[in-house]
Design a protein around this ligand. Structure first.
Ligand code: F6P
Length: 464
């Protein structure tokens, strides 16, 4: 294989450039050309196929900086429809015209679904990414637990449901222990929790902080490092009575409470609190927004004004309970050491997988107590259920203590290998030396897109 294409799909993460960098460095060693496809799968639907040569003369281009968040080749939420043979024919032709013999897609569960039909046309592998940490398996047989249940309200008359876990959960058996982007997102969220705490403390308030993660609670779980009092995860339906009791207990003691909620939390009936409008993004995912606000309304109602007036800690529940979203700051900026290092290894492994003749394979980050972290290749089909679908990984119940609403002992054991030493000295030094650089005031922001644009080439002739 002499020429490989690489693309980044789905929501960005801080570690995408690090993965691309790892892949390009490996390609340089093997004297393989790397072509970056601009804006994910969107590029393949464009007759001009905008692309950039990432390693002319087997040297990575200077714009490829593994310490910079986002992706220099751009991303989009476009996916390939496996049913659309015409589109697939055109895509195959375009890639072959570019001389691309193998494809690396950097993405999450949506990208892995989109990779399958392409892998039937040319060798394609996935290097994982997602701040949600939901691309993986809690144990290898997890996809077999998904069943279809009839649901008249669903588009096709059924929906997918994971039946209760029967497997013994063991941290050493997790497939893809952590995804690049997760550690940095947790770092930002935990930091946000720490900062909001002092306001809650000073003003005797209850703060509800919403973090991303879609329907998976891994990101919320990691914010435990910021020491919130309560963590609510999407996998555990809200028990409002228990929550209010716990909030009051903590508030009585310390005059402030910090609650972290995952954006996908659900009520007792399993309805998403934050997705009342049910709008969807281009890949069909429900846009989750407003979980914290919906939870606040419930707490305001249940706790009531009198509770705060009694202790002279506020005029009303509305005044005392406030919400903040960590938002897209979780997804951006410089990746911390853990992400950079393993993203690079996973990118490099993806190149090796293609050169070893593997197809429809994922490079995964494995952990076990004896070997520590290491990367491997894993057959993508083993991520799929019996109908060929990839499901986002949910936080395993054993990692969460439902009574305390915090990580369980095993949850703590899960987090430790990722986060102990996850921040490098250079990460700290970077903040110290760059944020208040006087040049930041005088110079406009220089976007990487400006430089990469000058390198973009197009497929001029289009027969299809
Ligand atoms: O999947 C990553 C993620 O950041 C989710 O946590 C979040 O729900 C979603 O993407 C937000 O997407 P967008 O940036 O398109 O609003």
């Amino acid at each position: 294989m002499k020429r490989i294409g690489i693309l980044t799909a789905g929501g960005d993460t801080p570690a995408l450039n690090a993965t691309i960098h790892g892949a390009v460095v490996r390609a340089n060693q093997l004297k393989v050309e790397m072509v970056g496809l601009i804006k994910g799968f969107n590029c393949l639907f464009n007759p001009r196929v905008p692309h950039v040569h990432l390693n002319p003369l087997f040297q990575e281009i200077p714009e490829l900086d593994p310490t910079k968040g986002g992706t220099l080749i751009g991303s989009s939420r476009d996916y390939v429809d496996p049913e659309n043979k015409k589109d697939l024919d055109v895509i195959e032709l375009r890639l072959s015209k570019l001389g691309i013999e193998g494809l690396i897609c950097i993405g999450g569960d949506g990208t892995l679904n989109g990779l399958q039909p392409i892998a039937e046309r040319l060798p394609a592998v996935l290097a994982p990414k997602t701040i949600d940490n939901d691309l993986g398996l809690n144990y290898p047989s997890e996809p077999d637990e998904w069943v279809r249940v009839n649901d008249a309200a669903a588009k096709r008359g059924y929906r997918y449901k994971q039946v209760s876990a029967t497997e013994t959960f063991d941290l050493d058996h997790i497939v893809n222990y952590a995804t690049p982007g997760y550690a940095t997102a947790v770092c930002v969220s935990a930091n946000g929790v720490e900062r909001i705490r002092t306001t809650a403390e000073s003003h005797r308030r209850i703060a509800i902080i919403e973090v991303m993660g879609r329907h998976s609670g891994y990101l919320a779980l990691g914010t435990a490092y910021g020491q919130p009092d309560i963590i609510l995860i999407p996998e555990q339906p809200l028990d409002l009575e228990h929550l209010v009791q716990r909030v009051k207990h903590i508030y009585d003691l310390q005059k402030n409470v910090v609650i972290v909620c995952g954006e996908g939390i659900v009520d007792e009936q399993g309805r998403e609190l934050g997705a009342e409008t049910k709008s969807t993004d281009p890949s069909g995912n429900v846009v989750l927004s407003g979980a914290a606000e919906a939870l606040r309304n419930k707490l305001v109602q249940m706790i009531g004004d009198r509770y705060f007036q009694l202790y002279r800690r506020g005029e009303s529940a509305k005044e005392a309970i406030f919400t903040r979203k960590v938002g897209h700051t979780q997804r951006g900026g410089r990746p911390i050491l853990f992400d950079r290092f393993y993203a690079g290894l996973l990118g490099a492994r993806a190149v090796d997988l293609l050169l070893e003749g593997r197809n429809n394979t994922i490079s995964v980050l494995q952990y076990n107590s004896e070997k520590g972290f290491h990367v491997e290749g894993y057959d993508a089909n083993r991520f799929r259920d019996r109908w060929g679908l990839i499901h986002a990984r949910k936080l395993h119940p054993a990692l969460y203590d439902t009574k305390l609403m915090k990580p369980s002992r095993l949850g703590i054991d899960y987090l430790l290998p990722i986060f102990t030493g996850a921040i490098g000295n250079d990460d700290v030094e970077h903040l110290r030396s760059t944020l208040f650089d006087p040049g930041n005031l005088a110079q406009p922001y220089h976007s990487i897109n400006t430089d990469v644009h000058k390198r973009i080439r197009y497929l001029e002739t289009e027969a299809a």
